[in-house]
Design a protein around this ligand. Structure first.
Ligand SMILES: C[S@@+](CC[C@H](N)C(=O)[O-])C[C@H]1O[C@@H](n2cnc3c(N)ncnc32)[C@H](O)[C@@H]1O
Length: 307
């Protein structure tokens, strides 16, 4: 790893090497199946175990946590395109570009649009990984003051449905790509609208609050700001933007987010960020980061307001 080709002005050298300080990462890089298991273990189970037992979901909007609930996540990490992207990791290290572009030149989202089976596995995996996160977010934030809540890149609507359950006065708009929303057309109701579109091209709805859970981490800084600006355009002056992400701690020690960072980088050109990095992204999109609420599920709510 000391070859000069690994050195990069964008700090990429540090990003792939950073997780190697974690014994967990080394252990899980032994075989593909172990990696699948480790990601399952680290995402779903760690966020669940991080919750105080009193707040752990047993039943509720998403039902009980069981190994079979985690199977979709293992299937996602086992998709051939995921493995092929990891195998091309050297491309990322040398160029700073996602390894996945070697495997899926149009990017993952275009790949999913033309591969419904893989898309379905991914979308089911998002619901599975979000199980503990959703419970943590709903327990940590009071949604009762909002009239209309948008979930941008909300997938199958697992977060928005739980939020609406906690805020009976509110209605919701689930925004995602057409192929994703086609899978959940049955969710549409008087109270929950589905708005299919591309947040880079199509206008987002006017809402009092915008949820964005693990959407910004899919993108590099330029695209991330473009998405936040797309939210900023329709947002009324008193609206709240809730960026819900796993935040990279400032200290240099091992942390799960540093492993996830490499996954985001290799597959999507995205990144896990520190609070300060989110503050800068928000400012570049005319939002001011007002506060950080750490949930008991390993994910934080960054509340931002229009400026
Ligand atoms: C990592 S998933 C997060 C899903 C959900 N928010 C969660 O945390 O479980 C990112 C979501 O962004 C959506 N997405 C990606 N590109 C998009 C675009 N251009 N316009 C709208 N949604 C997009 C994907 O379809 C996916 O549902």
């Amino acid at each position: 790893m000391s070859s000069p080709t690994w050195a990069s002005p964008t700090g990429l050298t540090r990003r792939p090497v950073r997780p190697l300080s974690s014994r967990r990462w080394l252990a899980c890089s032994q075989t593909h199946s172990v990696v699948s298991y480790a990601f399952w273990r680290l995402t779903v189970c760690s966020s669940f175990k991080a919750m105080p037992s009193a707040t752990r979901p047993r039943r509720g909007c998403c039902g009980p946590i069981t190994p079979s609930r985690c199977a979709p996540l293992v299937r996602m990490f086992g998709l051939p395109v995921t493995w092929a992207s990891w195998e091309a990791l050297q491309h990322t290290v040398e160029t700073g570009l996602p390894a996945a572009e070697k495997v899926v030149p149009g990017g993952f989202w275009a790949y999913f649009a033309s591969h419904p089976e893989a898309s379905s596995i991914f979308n089911a995996a998002m619901t599975a990984k979000a199980h503990g996160q959703v419970a943590g977010v709903v327990a940590a934030y009071d949604f009762s003051g909002f009239g209309r809540i948008g979930d941008v890149g909300g997938g199958r609507g697992h977060l928005l449905r739980a939020v609406l359950d906690s805020a009976p006065q509110a209605s919701g708009v689930l925004c995602d790509l057409p192929d994703v929303l086609r899978e959940v057309s049955g969710l549409a109701s008087e109270r929950l609208k589905l708005q299919a579109g591309d947040f880079f091209k199509d206008p987002l709805p006017i809402c009092d609050a915008y949820l964005m859970m693990e959407v910004i981490h899919d993108w590099g800084d330029e695209k991330a700001v473009a998405i936040l600006k797309a939210v900023r355009r329709p947002a009324p002056p008193e609206a709240k933007l809730l960026v819900i992400e796993q935040i990279v701690p400032d200290d240099p020690g091992p942390h799960w987010t540093k492993t996830l960072d490499i996954h985001m980088l290799a597959l999507l050109g995205g990144r896990q960020r520190t609070r300060e990095q989110y503050e800068v992204l928000c400012a570049n999109a005319d939002f001011a980061l007002a506060r950080q609420i750490d949930t008991a599920a390993g994910i934080s709510i960054l509340e931002a307001v229009p400026v």
